[in-house]
Design a protein around this ligand. Sequence first.
Ligand SMILES: CC(C)(COP(=O)(O)OP(=O)(O)OC[C@H]1O[C@@H](n2cnc3c(N)ncnc32)[C@H](O)[C@@H]1OP(=O)(O)O)[C@@H](O)C(=O)NCCC(=O)NCCS
Length: 202
Amino acid sequence: MASFEPRLSFPLAADSLGASLATEPSSNPLIRPAAPQDVTQLTHLLATSFYADCGWKRLIFPVLKLGIQEDLKQRLTYTKPNYACLAAYSAAEGVVAGTVEISQRQSWPWQGLPSSYGYLSNLAVDRTFRRQGIAKALLAHCDRLAQHWSVADLYLHVMEDNLQARRLYQFAGFRLCRVEESPATWFGLQARRMLLHKAIAL
Ligand SMILES: CC(C)(COP(=O)(O)OP(=O)(O)OC[C@H]1O[C@@H](n2cnc3c(N)ncnc32)[C@H](O)[C@@H]1OP(=O)(O)O)[C@@H](O)C(=O)NCCC(=O)NCCS
């Protein structure tokens, strides 16, 4: 049977989120580990947050969505230790309003990173719920998970042209570690990726 590690090992009660969101008057979603039954909503949230569904891109959108869905299913079904996909669930609307994933990774010597570190990915908040502090609350939960796992360093990538997310991360205590280039950035086809770091007090 598929195990769902985050649910079993999740150390943070939903109440602790209530406290952190109490300062955000317009929202009070519960942050909890995502469950396999959230896959459809999470897929929609990630696809619409990261890909355009207009013009010619409308043609490939269903394929992208299917890819996201299959990857998510895998991650939620066969989870590793120290991996969590969090969902900010709005009980009033009955929808998943935001999500983020965090995992503990080991580095290769040439990566120039600590031997063990936490990595955040797929942070997204549904458009109708933005600017209500949900991403901030999801990031705060990740900090606490990292502390619980005794992970002293958190990293994430953000595209250089994603100014909203950069502002959020700056606000949340992440600082630039390095800027990464690729052939696509040399030819101006893609923005550069920024690797951000945050030290977690253990
Ligand atoms: C980036 C994103 C996750 C922010 O989610 P959110 O729940 O709206 O963010 P919060 O409400 O917690 O914002 C916290 C702070 O971040 C900054 N911020 C967030 N969105 C911003 C925006 N659109 N413009 C300027 N600053 C912004 C602000 O400082 C904000 O504090 P304030 O509202 O008190 O000014 C959301 O816009 C999103 O899903 N974007 C698409 C996916 C994405 O880019 N993910 C990040 C990938 S690296």
